[in-house]
Design a protein around this ligand. Structure first.
Ligand code: RUQ
Ligand code: CUA
Length: 685
C-alpha cells in the first residue's frame, strides 16, 4: 500500500494514482533519468502552472522527484511512523515517513511544560522521582535507542521503550496515548548504552552498561556510595559491566525489578545490544570496546583513553544464552544485589551462558538480519562489516571449540569458526539496517555514505552474496540509520533515514549550534536516491525505529475520568463533583479541590486557601471532543498541567507565598479562552 488518502466515502485512493491522474506525465517520467527539457516539453500533459513553478524555482528533476515522493497533503496519512530518540533533550520525537513531519514530542526524562510533565502534575512528578537514582532528582537524560514491543519478534505497536545512557535508566511509553508510563533506574549500573531491545514476546527489555561502574564484590554498585580508588589494577578487579533483562508487564506498562535479572560482565565497555529470534531465539549479543581496560590519565603519564582503548585488533562480541540465564535465576543460583538478581561473572562462565567471539576493531553497531541468522557488526576502526552466523556459533559452542579465555575466564570462540563473511564497505562503518530483499545498509561515519550490500541465504538468495551493490553520499557524519521494521523478521524496505550529526551548508545559518540532519533516502529501486533533508533543532537524535502506521491503534479521547497512568477511572473522579475544602491531614493543612475544565470555564474560578497549605487539585477535562485539550497554570508558582479530553489529573503544590494569583487555561481553546481563568487567594498567616 502506498501513501493513502481516506476519501470522504471512506474509500482509499492510492496517492500514486492520484498524482498520476492529476499531473500525468510528471509522475510517469519521474522514475529514472528524465530531464528538465522533457519535463517542460510541450507534449508533457501536466498543467502549465507546475512547469512554471519548476522553472521559476530552478528545480532539477531530482528535486521534483524528491518533492513528489515526500509530499503528504494535510488530511492524508503517512505510510510509516518513526520514533526517534531526542538525544540529550531526554525526549522522544515522532515523525511521519515519507513526509518527515514532526507530529509529537513525547516527554520522558526531562520536564516538559507543554505537556504539563514535571510541573506539579502528581503522576509525572512521581515518575521522574521514582526514575531518579536515589541521590538526586534527575531532570535530564541522554536518550539513545528506542525499541518497539514485539510479538513473535515482530513490532506490534503497543509499547515503546527508550534508554537514558547518562544515568542507566529505561522508560516505557504507551502507544495508546503516547505517554511515558514508567522509568526505572537500572541497579548496579551507572551508564547504559546498548538498549533498549525487547525479547521476541517482550518478556524482557534488555540493555548493557556502557562504562563499567565501581563494584564491591558480592555487593555490586550503589550510586553515591560505592567508591573504589581509580587505578589500573583496581579497575580490572573492582569495576564491572552489566547486561540487564528487565521484566516488563505489558498490561500495566511497568518494569518489574523483582522478576528481572542481570549478568555481571568484565569491565570492558559494552556497546550495542540485540536479542535474536528464529535461529538466534534465546540468544542476546552485545559488542564491546576497550577490552584493553584503559582508564586514561593523560596528566598522570598514561596515554589518553581513546588511544589506549584502541590498541587491540580484536575486541569481544558477547554472546549470551539468556533463556539459560533465566533458568539459572529460577534455580536460585543468582544473588540479590541492590534490588535485582545478579548472575555473577563466575556463575555465568560456569553455567555456560556467556561466550566471546573476536570482533575487529573497536567495533560499533550490533544488528540482526531478518532471518535471525546473521549478526552484523560495524568495524568502526576497521573498514568492514563482520557478519557472524548463529548456526556456526551454536555449533562451535556445542563442540566446545575455543581459542582460549579472556582474563576473567570467559571462553573465546575462534573467529574463523563463527564468521559468515566480512565485507569491505567504507570508512567508519557503524550501524546496519535491512530491507525485505536481502540487503543490508551500513552507515559509514568517516566516508560519509550509506553502503548497500547483499546478505547470504536465507535472507538473500541471489548469486552474489555478501557484496557491495550500491552507495550514496550523506551530509554529514552519519551515526545510525533506520529502515521500516528493520531488526525484526519483516522489514518493509522502501525508505531509509540517515541520522546525521552534522549539517554544514545544508540549512540557513542559525548560529554556531547547527541542527542535526535527517536525510530521507528512497531505497525502493536498485539505486538509492536522496529525497529530503530534515533539520532537527533539538538534542542529538540518536537512533530511530520505524513502524507501519496501520500497526498503531492510539486512543482518540480518554473515557471520562481516566487516569492515564492506569487507563482506568481516576480515584478522585466523581461525575459532577466540583468545589474545594480545607482540612487537616496529620499536622498539615490541605486545600483539596475538585475542578472541571470545559470551553470556556474553569470551575471553581476562585480558590481560597491559607499560606503554607498543600493545594491539591483534581482536575477533569469534561470535553468529549477530539483535540479539545485544556491546560492549567498558576502564575508565579511554576505549576502547569495539560489535561486531555476525558482525562483526570492531580496537581499538587505548596502555597508558600501569600497573595492573589491568577490561574488560567494555557491552551487557546475557544473564543473566550482569555476568560477561561480564575484566582487563587493565599491568605497570609
Ligand atoms: S550508538 S551512533 Cu549510541 Cu547507537 Cu551508534
Ligand atoms: Cu481552555 Cu483555553
Amino acid at each position: 500500500m502506498g501513501v493513502v488518502k481516506k476519501s470522504d466515502n471512506g474509500k482509499k485512493v492510492s496517492r500514486r494514482k492520484f498524482i498520476a491522474a492529476t499531473i500525468g506525465g510528471l509522475a510517469v517520467g519521474g522514475a529514472a533519468g528524465f530531464t528538465l527539457s522533457r519535463l517542460t516539453a510541450p507534449a508533457a500533459p501536466f498543467p502549465r502552472e507546475i512547469q512554471d513553478v519548476i522553472s521559476e524555482r530552478k528545480l532539477e528533476p531530482d528535486h521534483v522527484y524528491g518533492a513528489l515522493k515526500t509530499y503528504v497533503p494535510g488530511g492524508w496519512q503517512d505510510e510509516f511512523i518513526m520514533f526517534s530518540s531526542g538525544g540529550h533533550s531526554g525526549q522522544v520525537l515522532v515523525f511521519g515517513i515519507p513526509s518527515m513531519k514532526l507530529y509529537r514530542v513525547i516527554a520522558v526524562f526531562t520536564p516538559e511544560p507543554w505537556q504539563g510533565y514535571g510541573y506539579g502534575d502528581v503522576k509525572t512528578m512521581k515518575l521522574l522521582e521514582k526514575g531518579s537514582n536515589g541521590i538526586r532528582f534527575l531532570t535530564l537524560g541522554d536518550t539513545h535507542h528506542p525499541e518497539i514491543s514485539r510479538t513473535n519478534a515482530e513490532f506490534d505497536g503497543e509499547w515503546l521503550f527508550i534508554g537514558d545512557k547518562l544515568n542507566a535508566r529505561k522508560a516505557s511509553i504507551s502507544l495508546k496515548d503516547f505517554e511515558t508510563k514508567d522509568i526505572v533506574k537500572i541497579p548496579n549500573t551507572q551508564t547504559q548504552h546498548g538498549g533498549a531491545c525487547a525479547s521476541p514476546n517482550t518478556e524482557y527489555v534488555s540493555c548493557g552498561s556502557q562504562f563499567p561502574a565501581p563494584w564491591e564484590p558480592g555487593r555490586g554498585y550503589k550510586p553515591g556510595v560505592t567508591y573504589v580508588q581509580l587505578t589500573e589494577t583496581n579497575y580490572q578487579e573492582y569495576f564491572r559491566g552489566t547486561m540487564t533483562f528487565l521484566r516488563f508487564d505489558r498490561r500495566t506498562g511497568k518494569f518489574d525489578l523483582a522478576n528481572s535479572f542481570q549478568i555481571e560482565l568484565p569491565p570492558y565497555m559494552q556497546d550495542l545490544e540485540i536479542i535474536g529470534w528464529g535461529p538466534s531465539d534465546g540468544w542476546a549479543f552485545t559488542n564491546s570496546i576497550n577490552t584493553e581496560m584503559a582508564i586514561g590519565g593523560v596528566l598522570e603519564g598514561r596515554p589518553p583513553l581513546e588511544v589506549a582503548a584502541s590498541q587491540n585488533d580484536f575486541d569481544y562480541l558477547h554472546i549470551v544464552n539468556w533463556k539459560k540465564a533465566e533458568e539459572i535465576v529460577r534455580a536460585g543460583k543468582a544473588k540479590e544485589m541492590n534490588g535485582i538478581k545478579v548472575i555473577t561473572l563466575d556463575t555465568a562462565i560456569k553455567e555456560g551462558i556467556l561466550f566471546f567471539a573476536p570482533e575487529p576493531k573497536s567495533p560499533h553497531g550490533c544488528d540482526i538480519s531478518p532471518s535471525g541468522r546473521y549478526i552484523v557488526i560495524g568495524g568502526k576502526l576497521d573498514p568492514q562489516v563482520t557478519i557472524y552466523d548463529i548456526e556456526k556459533i551454536k555449533e562451535a559452542i556445542a563442540d566446545q571449540r575455543f581459542q582460549g579465555e579472556d582474563p576473567y575466564g570467559v571462553p573465546i570462540l575462534r573467529f574463523e569458526d563463527v564468521k559468515a563473511a566480512q565485507i569491505e564497505v567504507g570508512l567508519g562503518p557503524l550501524h546496519d539496517e535491512f530491507d525485505d530483499k536481502g540487503h543490508g545498509y551500513v552507515s559509514c561515519f568517516i566516508s560519509n555514505e550509506v553502503v548497500k550490500y547483499t546478505l547470504g541465504p536465507p535472507d538473500y538468495t541471489g548469486d552474489k552474496p555478501f557484496q557491495v551493490v550500491d552507495r550514496i553520499p550523506i551530509h554529514y557524519n552519519i551515526g545510525h540509520l533506520a529502515t521500516p521494521e528493520s531488526n525484526s523478521p519483516s522489514p518493509k524496505g522502501k525508505y531509509l533515514v540517515a541520522l546525521n550529526k552534522w549539517s554544514v551548508d545544508r540549512f540557513p545559518n542559525v548560529g554556531p549550534l547547527l541542527p542535526q540532519n535527517f536525510q530521507l533516502i528512497d531505497i525502493s529501486g536498485e539505486k538509492m536516491r536522496l529525497l529530503y533533508d530534515c533539520p532537527i533543532g533539538l538534542g542529538e537524535p540518536h537512533y530511530a525505529k520505524i513502524i507501519s502506521i496501520e500497526k498503531l491503534k492510539p486512543l482518540e479521547v480518554y473515557e471520562m475520568g481516566t487516569d492515564p497512568e492506569t487507563f482506568s477511572k481516576h480515584p478522585q473522579y466523581v461525575e459532577g463533583k466540583v468545589g474545594y475544602e480545607r482540612k487537616k491531614e496529620g499536622d498539615r493543612w490541605v486545600t483539596e479541590v475538585w475542578m472541571t475544565l470545559i470551553r470556556s470555564t474553569i470551575t471553581p474560578d476562585i480558590i481560597r486557601c491559607k499560606q503554607g497549605d498543600l493545594v491539591r487539585i483534581h482536575m477533569t477535562n469534561i470535553e468529549t471532543t477530539k483535540d479539545a485539550t485544556h491546560a492549567f497554570a498558576v502564575a508565579e508558582y511554576n505549576v502547569m498541567a495539560s489535561i486531555e479530553p476525558g482525562e483526570t489529573a492531580t496537581v499538587e503544590f505548596v502555597a508558600d507565598k501569600p497573595g492573589v494569583f491568577a490561574y488560567y487555561c494555557v491552551e487557546f481553546c475557544s473564543p473566550l479562552h482569555l476568560e477561561m481563568a480564575g484566582w487563587l487567594e493565599v491568605e497570609p498567616v
